[in-house]
Design a protein around this ligand. Structure first.
Ligand SMILES: [Zn+2]
Ligand SMILES: [Zn+2]
Length: 255
């Protein structure tokens, strides 16, 4: 994906120019960006963060158990709210950040679309730092224990996203073993094909809310309907005994 120039050229013109210790500012920024991207594309970073994020969610669960005092219903509600909040955050980040304005993360996500099997992850400790920062912020309106349970739900949702996305791209044979995962896998496959639909990975709720959903059956039906609209009426009438719009629907629901 080429980097747009017009929208950001004004900002660039305001940046300090010249050299620092014989190295141009642009060259230094490019070097930092390149090192950051090296970490993001590193398989070691990917595997370490998988373990660290699981440990982070477990740490919030332990904190919640230790600090929470109150009704178990409130604790369960906090965990559930965190989980649902993750699905919204996942949609928002995927749609408006990873597919948003040009940035390092937008570029790395574009690379995931080009190379779906590549091991690409947020840089070391970024998600952990954000999670603990969010917990500190939540401790202002909530008790520390309630905030910890809410963060456990949110972080568990993030881990669910990471693990599910890994399974979809690396172990698709496992998908049919868990009810509901096949529909999510199909939706994600369509996302990789069409890029601007089906941003949800662990759920499809927000795609329905923001009308960005496109499930395979619906796409095929839409294509079949467009083909039907393009075919002369007499030809449609003669083909109704064989392959026709009914057939299009049958194909759409058979996979
Ligand atoms: Zn993917
Ligand atoms: Zn994407």
């Amino acid at each position: 994906m080429s980097e747009p120039v017009s929208r950001y050229s004004r900002g660039r013109s305001l940046e300090p120019s010249g050299t620092l210790a014989g190295v141009s500012v642009d060259a230094r920024r490019a070097s930092v960006r390149s090192r950051l991207e090296q970490v993001i594309y590193s398989p070691a970073n990917y595997w370490i963060m998988l373990v660290v994020d699981l440990a982070g969610a477990a740490a919030f669960l332990a904190l919640g158990v230790r600090l929470f005092e109150g009704d178990h219903t409130v604790a369960a509600l906090a965990v559930g709210t965190g989980l649902v909040s993750w699905s919204g955050l996942e949609y928002a980040v995927h749609r408006w950040v990873l597919h948003g304005a040009p940035s390092v993360v937008q570029r790395t996500h574009a690379r995931h679309h080009r190379e779906p099997a590549a091991l690409i992850s947020a840089p070391l400790l970024l998600s952990t730092s954000i999670a603990f920062g969010l917990w500190a912020a939540l401790c202002v309106p909530l008790t520390a224990g309630t905030a910890a349970f809410a963060m456990f739900g949110l972080y568990a949702g993030y881990n669910g996203y990471v693990v599910l996305h890994h399974i979809q791209h690396h172990y698709p044979a496992l998908v049919p073993l868990v009810p509901g995962l096949r529909a999510l896998e199909r939706a994600h496959l369509v996302h990789h094909q069409r890029y601007i639909v089906n941003y949800g990975v662990t759920s499809t709720w927000w795609d329905h809310v923001f009308a960005s959903d496109a499930e395979p059956g619906r796409l095929r039906r839409a294509r079949a309907e467009r083909r039907q609209a393009a075919v002369p009426v007499l030809h449609v009438a003669s083909s109704l005994g064989g392959t026709d719009r009914q057939d299009g629907t049958a194909h759409a629901t058979s996979q």
